[in-house]
Design a protein around this ligand. Structure first.
Ligand SMILES: Nc1ncnc2c1ncn2[C@@H]1O[C@H](COP(=O)(O)OP(=O)(O)O)[C@@H](O)[C@H]1O
Ligand SMILES: [Mg+2]
Length: 317
């Protein structure tokens, strides 16, 4: 469908951009949400911003929207909960549904799913805040919350003396944290649009790793497209990303983060169902490389809400 047809289809629909939310990534979501809202308005579509707080259901009812454009990150936004609420309210929404969202938000379960499907992921163990755990013997490791994004609460731990502080930091974000083998190498990410992998991006952060600052500060990292890896590694990375889109049952898009180690082996870290849409975000860059500019990408995402699965149809009780 061309742009004019999509615009005609959406002309009389009121689109609610759901941004903000209750997670630590609230500020990032507000940034993304404002960008998306600006695009929709420039395209002369009927769009309103809805700041997601505890009373979001009332706000949605009051504004009487036809479609929800979900641009929330982290728990209670990217984890299937808001998607579940929208299912019950009978409001079509953008991108992945309850299952894919919940699965992707939980890095531990995601990694078990990768392993079951022959997708390599670094070894890891899970530590609960309320249970004793075995001493970590091999360093370096990466300590991170299980359900969090934007590298919040994440530390690369080089030796045992740094472990306790790192664990405390991760527990600020989650009751369960993960200790994962550190992989040294090139960081890459692969966006998937409608089941097809986009060009592979190589991320070169200014800092030690792709931390919060590198992610969101202007000039905090460089995005190199196509990634400087062998053609074999490139196509393997794209295959893994497409496979994850499929087995996780994602809808419309996702973005898979990976590291290519020094012997060209790929290690998958995680899947993101609502990747960032800010000026420094990765997925918009990758889609630009295949001719989808930012406006087209936003439009494609809104359009996706019109084609929900049968399950997405309003419940008729
Ligand atoms: N096992 C690992 N080895 C090396 N670097 C890692 C590892 N896990 C995470 N990182 C670094 O931390 C960043 C964020 O980790 P990630 O697992 O993608 O979580 P999120 O992006 O959800 O915060 C990665 O992009 C990478 O730079
Ligand atoms: Mg990541």
């Amino acid at each position: 469908m061309n742009t004019d047809d999509i615009l005609a289809k959406l002309k009389n629909k009121k689109i609610g951009v759901l941004y903000g939310g209750l997670s630590s990534e609230r500020e990032i979501s507000i940034k993304s949400g404002k960008v998306v809202l600006g695009v929709l308005k420039r395209l002369k579509l009927k769009a309103v911003g809805i700041d997601v707080t505890r009373d979001v259901a009332e706000k949605i009812k009051k504004t009487n929207i036809d479609i929800a454009y979900v641009i929330l990150h982290g728990p209670l936004g990217e984890d299937g909960t808001i998607q579940g609420m929208l299912e019950i309210m009978g409001i079509p929404y953008t991108c992945s549904g309850v299952f894919a969202s919940a699965l992707s938000m939980d890095k531990d379960i995601s990694k078990k799913f990768f392993r079951c499907n022959g997708i390599p992921t670094p070894d890891w163990t899970v530590i609960s805040q309320f249970e004793p755990f075995a001493e970590i013997k091999k360093y370096p490791v990466v300590v991170k919350p299980i359900s969090q994004g934007s590298a919040l609460g994440l530390t690369i731990v080089k030796n045992v003396s740094q472990f306790a502080i790192a664990a405390k930091e991760a527990f600020k974000h989650d009751n369960e944290i993960m200790v994962e083998n550190f992989v040294s190498g090139k960081e890459i990410t692969v966006g998937v649009l409608d089941g097809k992998a986009l060009p592979v991006i190589e991320i070169v952060p200014n800092g030690e790793f792709y931390d919060f600052k590198s992610k969101y500060q202007k000039g905090g990292s460089r995005h190199i497209i196509p990634a400087r890896i062998s053609s074999m590694t490139y196509s393997n990375a794209q295959n893994y990303a497409e496979k994850i889109f499929k087995i996780f049952k994602c809808k419309t898009l996702c973005r898979v983060d990976m590291i290519v180690d020094n012997s060209s082996k790929i290690w998958v870290l995680e899947n993101n169902t609502i990747p960032g849409m800010t000026a420094t975000s990765l997925l918009p860059d990758a889609s630009k490389a295949i001719g989808y500019d930012f406006n087209n990408l936003v439009l494609k995402i809104v359009e996706s809400a019109l084609y929900g699965s049968k399950k997405r149809e309003p419940l008729r009780l």
